[in-house]
Design a protein around this ligand. Structure first.
Ligand code: HEC
Length: 144
């Protein structure tokens, strides 16, 4: 019994070293994930416009950003609004939202980006989730 125990240590050690090397090589080759690949070209172009026009100055994604306009994380799936409404807002602007003179193609790209964001999760807080102190947890979100 003692004999087996003593001789198994180098094997375990070698096994751990090999595992560590395989792990390191795998992480090195594939570790950064394929987030970019999953995102479609149109959504990436939309993200560029989102950044260039600084939409984030007035709008939030996941609650982060400016507070002049609404959070747009789930804007594409919001009831009573949706794509056509967003196209209209982007084409004409409103009293408070500037008109950016985007082409129809650019508008489609921005909407593709916002759809991608919408698919990534949920950030709209329903009134039932907010407690009497005004706190809420996004993890318990029941909005669809
Ligand atoms: C100067 C601040 C400002 C900037 C910059 C801005 N917005 Fe807005 N946006 C608003 C405001 C305010 C509203 C609400 C419209 C209203 O009630 O008049 C709005 C509304 C919207 C809506 C409709 C959302 C809804 O739920 O009603 C969309 C979509 C939108 N903006 C997209 C964008 C995009 C895309 C950009 C960047 C190209 C952008 N906004 C830049 C202020 C801004």
């Amino acid at each position: 019994m003692l004999f087996i125990k003593q001789n198994i240590y180098p094997i375990i050690f070698a096994f751990l070293i090999v595992s560590y090397l395989l792990f390191s090589v795998t992480i090195y080759l594939y570790g950064s994930g394929n987030y970019q690949m999953k995102t479609n070209e149109k959504a990436l172009a939309g993200q560029q416009i989102w950044q260039q026009k600084n939409c984030q100055a007035c709008h939030q994604i996941y609650g982060l950003g400016g507070y002049m306009g609404p959070d747009l994380t789930n804007a594409t799936s919001e009831k009573g609004k949706g794509e056509e409404y967003m196209k209209m807002v982007l084409q004409t602007g409103t009293l408070r939202m500037p008109r950016f003179n985007l082409s129809n193609e650019q508008i489609d790209e921005v909407i593709a980006f916002l759809k991608h964001v919408n698919n990534s999760g949920n950030s709209i807080v329903s009134p039932e989730q907010i407690d009497i102190f005004g706190n809420y947890t996004l993890a318990e979100n029941k909005h669809e």
